[in-house]
Design a protein around this ligand. Structure first.
Ligand code: 5GP
Length: 121
């Protein structure tokens, strides 16, 4: 599967579609999910063109991988939900068909602001 340049997150990265931005640096962009499933529901995506976590693990540079992982904690802290200042949160990444991935650009969901409940429904 090739990366789809017209997926919705690629358009957000190019500034063609607006988003409610939370954080941005050289490696990541984070913004609020358009259809929140919990009190806080953010998304974080790498700036590079990666379809999912498998693609990212295989093809991203170490700098990109480190930047992405650190980005998750930076965003959680900015949202006031990180475990050092508050009560924590959940990250989740859907990967391909059985994972239920809808947008084919790697993203982690960040859920918090309340007890987010059972791990898998
Ligand atoms: P997936 O099912 O691929 O893991 O999740 C895709 C997520 O992207 C969904 O939670 C959906 O609400 C969110 N989403 C889809 N289109 C947009 C959009 O245009 N803007 C934002 N902010 N989120 C979107």
């Amino acid at each position: 599967m090739n990366y789809d340049e017209n997926n919705i997150f690629a358009k957000i990265l190019r500034g063609e579609i607006p988003c409610k931005k939370i954080y941005e640096d050289d490696y990541v962009l984070s913004f609020h999910d358009i259809n929140p499933q919990k009190k806080i529901h953010a998304l974080i995506i790498p700036k590079g063109k990666y379809i999912n976590l498998d693609d990212f693990s295989k093809n991203a540079s170490e700098k990109e991988i480190i930047g992405f992982v650190k980005g998750i904690s930076i965003v959680a802290k900015k949202l006031g939900i990180s475990s050092d200042i508050a009560r924590g949160y959940r990250t989740l990444s859907n990967i391909s068909e059985h994972g239920g991935q809808e947008v084919p650009h790697l993203h982690f969901h960040i859920f918090g602001g309340e007890n987010v409940g059972k791990m898998v429904q």
